[in-house]
Ligand binder design. Sequence first.
Ligand code: GDP
Length: 363
Amino acid sequence: MSKQKKIATLKEQEGIKTPSNFNRTAISKGKYQRKKTVDINVLSTKIKEGNIAALAQGITLLESTNVAHQQQAQELISKCLNDQNSSIRIGITGVPGVGKSTFIESLGTSVTALGKKVAVLAVDPTSTITKGSILGDKTRMESLVKNENAFIRPSPSGSTLGGVARKTRESIVLCEAAGYNVILIETVGVGQSEVAVHDMVDFFLLLKLAGAGDELQGIKRGIMEMADAVVINKADGANEHAAKLAKAEFARALHMYPPKANGWTPPTFTCSAIHNKGITELWDMIVSFTIEMKTSGHFIKNRQQQNAHWLTQTIEDQLKQKFYNNATIIAALDTYKNKVLQSECSPFQAAEILLKIHQEELK
Ligand code: GDP
């Protein structure tokens, strides 16, 4: 069976006549043969040269679930690590329709005009359900996608938010190695994805809309504490006045929170992403933030803490994955779940037994 599979479809097989229009020279030269495994040294060199195709290939490699690819991806990441890079990683969150894509298009275009290289990544929890990404969809950022100083990559898909977030975290390393110095990471304001994005960025921006005077209603707990700036989008036309009122309300609310450990007071802004209004002021504020944090040492400290966090997070994710994907555990878990449901065994006892079974499996 496996031998059968190895036979290229372009080669003549028993009972199947090769069509006369086949280019036999190309076949014999191996033109149609599968590509050899990637050479990580070559790939990392090309990435560092800023080759976009190589960067995309590297990200595909780290998104692969194939064990051999994962090992190669880790090797690639090690070769691309560079703590001397001068990038700024910015997280952008907000509910669907708030204008994230339009905002990224506007901000991205402005900063590329300043000579920066922008990479847009996404952490989209819904892609774990639909197995496809909606965020980072190239068609939603029409001009940025054509900009030669911008690189846009949709959210990786995966079975867990942890897995998706880790792949994005690793993609940051490759993008920075390729010379992208502004990394924009978009996430939709649902679930736990904001926390994951907050843990991988230097600056976290919350996009909001002006409502009917009850701006703070429905805002998730914790999100205000995470924000380094609150920006009221769609401050244009008839909405401009309401946006100003919303800005003032958020400013009052932010004032009630205890000061951040890094000494930063999150400002509030209004902007119109669609008309590129307020975007330059926002960028200037992000630049001031970076200077202030670098001077005080908080910038590097935050990145170090994030690295430590990703270390433990990755261990936890991988341990869980190994545990739950183990065939013996899958069967035993089923049995013990039933026992727990029938009150034949306590959940704690069952957990202990299952962990022991797993330990035995590892021997
Ligand atoms: P996302 O779902 O958060 O990415 O939001 P989109 O960027 O797709 O924007 C949702 C809708 O809001 C689109 O129809 C945009 O054209 C519109 N929009 C985005 N920014 C603005 C803005 O600043 N002003 C106005 N009036 N509309 C905007």
